[in-house]
Design a protein around this ligand. Structure first.
Ligand SMILES: Cc1cc2nc3c(=O)[nH]c(=O)nc-3n(C[C@H](O)[C@H](O)[C@H](O)COP(=O)(O)O)c2cc1C
Length: 199
């Protein structure tokens, strides 16, 4: 049986911020569960936003030659994805959104080239989404969950779990909530085990 491959994507511009701390815990948990985890920090990649030229219409591959090409291959190859982004204006960070928009190439592949029927292709992989926001409103994560659902969909992934935390603003705030960090650790562990059991 081959190891479970998990991709962990850090979407915050802060290297030691709240979502990064939570994702690091999830990574540790997934490793404890036996997964091989690859970590990508989006702020380290040189990625253009989607330019809407639809070069991807040929074969579903984006034609802009930059660091997206590297992470694209890893996203297709993994068994599960763990994505962490802070809430910026009620959605994901710009770094994360650029990655998502470049995956329009996968939307084109799935729905135009392969002609999948909307909502009918069963997800084959699992995604964990981690986010935090400074405020405490009930609707804080409503919009972003739609964004994440449809992003995971182009990767044939279901939103397996979302860990969403309110009231965290300054770097290090999450450190005051060991229960959140433990929950992230357990989520990574459970994800690795769940995927491992179906491999
Ligand atoms: C550009 C920007 C936009 C933000 N927009 C929101 C927002 O819409 N709602 C919210 O609750 N917090 C918002 N915040 C606060 C961040 O979500 C918060 O500081 C979070 O802890 C940052 O996570 P990180 O440490 O992982 O980067 C915003 C912060 C920035 C810098």
């Amino acid at each position: 049986m081959s190891a479970v491959n998990v991709l962990a994507v850090y979407g915050s511009p802060r290297r030691k911020g709240n979502t990064a701390s939570l994702l690091r815990e999830a990574v540790a948990g997934a490793r404890e569960g036996g997964a091989a985890v690859e970590e990508w920090v989006l702020r380290d990649l040189k990625m253009s936003p989607c330019l809407e030229i639809y070069g991807c219409k040929e074969d579903g591959r984006c034609v802009i030659q930059d660091d997206f090409q590297k992470i694209y291959d890893r996203m297709l190859a993994c068994d599960a994805l763990m994505l962490a982004s802070p809430m910026f204006f009620y959605t994901v960070s710009a770094h994360t959104k650029i990655l998502m928009d470049r995956c329009q190439s996968l939307w084109v592949k799935k729905y135009w080239i392969e002609k999948a029927a909307f909502g009918l292709r069963e997800p084959t992989r699992k995604g964990l989404f981690i986010s935090v926001g400074a405020t405490k409103g009930k609707k804080l994560f409503e919009g972003v969950m739609l964004t994440v659902k449809y992003f995971f969909d182009v990767l044939d992934m279901e939103v397996w779990k979302a860990l969403l935390y309110r009231g965290l603003d300054f770097e290090g705030d999450v450190g005051k909530h060991p229960d959140y960090l433990e929950e992230a650790h357990q989520a990574g562990l459970e994800l690795a085990r769940t995927v491992g059991n179906t491999k």
